[in-house]
Write a protein that binds this ligand. Structure first.
Ligand SMILES: [Zn+2]
Length: 199
């Protein structure tokens, strides 16, 4: 953190660090990098600040009955529940973490995002893929929730995960990369041909 001490990650703390001129670089690299998908990055940025209008937020504006989560129908629609805690998103997220070969023991928003913040966030293909996956997951979960709410459209976890994989593959395939073993591994894991430049 900005005072050099190690503290347990928390969104609120990170946000206040950011606005106090704290550890900006560490945070911004998770979200803002040249290979990102801008609309995904922007939504992740809002989500990290807990600015998405889930029902727990809307309720503060008036005394409404809380809406049930439209992904699992077994809990209330809230920011803490929706990402990574809901049974629907948990199943999806387990597939994402398996694909990334990452530890899936974090089951809440702060734990998951904290693990990504604490990972290497440089220019390697693995790092780029990891960050693309986090932002795409948050974006697509929010989109799925809104499609169910406003359009009455729903996808199974498997269809949803396929859409996620296609999104990541399309982005990775659009990038130019120098050859490395990690690039070959990424081609195998995602079953794609990457745009490898020589030299
Ligand atoms: Zn749910």
């Amino acid at each position: 953190m900005s005072d050099g001490s190690l503290k347990k990650f928390s969104i609120r703390m990170a946000y206040s660090e950011l606005h106090d001129g704290g550890d900006v670089v560490r945070w911004s690299k998770l979200i803002w990098f040249s290979q990102n998908i801008p609309k995904h990055a922007f939504l992740l940025w809002l989500a990290i600040q807990c600015k998405l209008p889930t029902q727990d937020k809307i309720r503060r504006w008036g005394n409404y009955d809380l809406m049930v989560c439209l992904l699992c129908y077994s809990d209330l629609d809230s920011h803490d529940h929706l990402f990574f805690n809901c049974s629907y998103t948990s199943k999806f997220w387990a597939k994402v973490m398996h694909k990334l070969k990452m530890d899936n023991s974090n089951t809440d928003w702060e734990g998951v995002v904290g693990a990504f913040v604490d990972s290497y966030n440089g220019s390697s293909v693995g790092s780029i893929t990891r960050r693309l996956c986090l932002a795409a997951s948050v974006y697509l979960v929010w989109q799925e929730r809104n499609n169910r709410l406003f359009k009455d459209e729903r996808r199974s976890v498997d269809d949803f995960f396929k859409c996620f994989c296609d999104t990541i593959k399309m982005r990775l395939a659009s990038l130019k990369m120098k050859w490395s073993k990690a690039v070959c591994d990424t081609e195998k894991i995602w079953d794609i041909k990457l745009n490898v430049i020589s030299g």
